[in-house]
Design a binder for this molecule. Structure first.
Ligand SMILES: Nc1ncnc2c1ncn2[C@@H]1O[C@H](COP(=O)(O)OP(=O)(O)O)[C@@H](O)[C@H]1O
Ligand SMILES: [Mg+2]
Length: 392
């Protein structure tokens, strides 16, 4: 009789024998009882692992809930008005991921006038939308007044937008069928805290603040671009927001009007308003108290530093000068046309040469465009054909 190969007992086999009192080996082979027991044991183990994983995630959820509760409590007493931590935002375009924000850290305090500068596509609007609660981040956190707003429900976020944040956009976004005053009253209706009279008074006070009380009953189409933007600023302040966010606030304005709006913002800031503006207009940074530079979804540096500041001031000054020249140029054109009444066709070069070179050489636009603007502004029956001005 050949010797059966010895099976070495494993700890599991010993455990089986201890638990059941049966043999794990029978006729030199693993016994059927043991095989069955082993299978059952394995299934139990898998079940346990599954349960562990489940309870782990339950625990984490509980922890997260607790954390967000704590964040709310912290909310009553905070170090910075806004804290942005390692903020990421990735958009999905079909199957392509567009990383619009790639790790932004930023703190903003009460009374700051922050300007974030950067080229088109650098992520400015995305950042502003997240801070303003219009969208939620892919990763990272945003604390507003100590409260983590990066994972709130749509409803809570809408409430924060309504009560704590004022918005100003490039294209004013006023309701066209309403007067300036009615536009400013819109947010007051939503918060529902004031009586009808109270709302009217508050709207009027806000319009006075932006210097437009006399225009209160005009509709947007009866107001200039600069005036419409001032109404939008008044509206943004209706609910006494913690911060006012501005996306390209001067983007649709000529530089002179832009500077007027910026002066208003600076004035409001000096009275305590907090702003965060994003823009690729260098003029905005001249009025801000803190300037950040953004590129490819990241903040590269803070500060109106060194040469940068100087060039920005130079640019602004130059732009103001050329705007003044444009006005001078228009009045010289007027003088020329007045002196040449009766002529039906005038070479544009003749008009040009009647204006001092120092003016013509420093215009913000092409001379013919300025001439065209003057014709339109004054409803002249004039037409530019090639290099000739034809008057009828
Ligand atoms: N809703 C969107 N869906 C997909 N991609 C977007 C969306 N919004 C912005 N992007 C992309 O994210 C990047 C940053 O855009 P944006 O924040 O608008 O920059 P900026 O305001 O500086 O011009 C750009 O590449 C843009 O094409
Ligand atoms: Mg933008």
């Amino acid at each position: 009789m050949s010797k059966l190969p010895e099976i070495e007992k494993t700890p599991l086999m010993e455990q089986f024998e201890e638990e059941t009192g049966k043999l794990s080996i029978w006729n030199g082979e693993l016994s059927n009882d043991f095989k069955k027991w082993q299978k059952k044991k394995k299934q139990e183990e898998i079940k346990q692992i599954k349960e562990d994983i489940l309870s782990q995630s339950r625990l984490e959820k509980k922890k997260m809930k607790k954390e967000s509760k704590e964040e709310k409590v912290v909310g009553r007493d905070y170090d910075h008005l806004i804290v942005v931590e390692n903020l990421h935002k990735t958009y999905l375009l079909g199957t392509t991921a567009v990383a619009a924000l790639r790790g932004i850290d930023l703190t903003i305090d009460n009374g700051d006038f922050v300007d974030i500068m950067g080229p088109s596509g650098s992520g400015k609007t995305t950042l502003l939308n997240l801070i303003g609660g219009l969208d939620i981040p892919t990763r990272g956190k945003i604390f507003l007044e100590g409260r983590n707003i990066s994972m709130l429900s749509d409803n809570s976020l809408a409430e924060i937008r309504r009560e704590r944040i004022g918005f100003v956009f490039q294209f004013y976004n006023l309701l066209p069928q309403m007067t300036a005053m009615e536009n400013v009253m819109v947010p007051l209706h939503f918060s529902g805290k004031l009586s009808r009279r109270g709302k009217r008074k508050k709207a009027m006070d806000l319009l006075r603040l932006v210097g437009l009380d006399e225009r209160a009953h005009h509709t947007p189409s009866e107001l200039s671009g600069g005036e419409q933007q001032r109404v939008a600023i008044a509206r943004a302040f209706a609910n006494d927001p913690a911060i006012c966010v501005l996306d390209e606030p001067t983007g649709d304005l000529d530089s002179k009007t832009g500077v007027m709006v910026l002066n208003l913002l600076r004035d409001l800031n000096k009275r305590g308003a907090t702003f965060i503006a994003v823009s690729h207009d260098a003029a905005v940074s001249e009025f801000a108290t803190r300037v950040f530079h953004m590129r490819d979804g990241k903040l590269t540096h803070e500060g109106k530093i060194g040469g940068l500041k100087e060039t920005e001031i130079m640019q602004l000054k130059r732009r103001q000068e050329t705007e003044i020249n444009k006005e001078k140029c228009k009045s010289k054109i007027f003088q020329y046309l007045y002196a040449n009444q009766g002529k039906l066709e005038i070479p544009i070069s003749d008009i040009r040469s009647s204006i001092p070179n120092s003016i013509v050489m420093n215009l913000p636009e092409h001379f013919n465009d300025i001439l065209q603007e003057l014709i339109e502004e004054n409803n002249f029956f004039g037409k530019i054909e090639g290099e000739i001005l034809i008057l009828r």
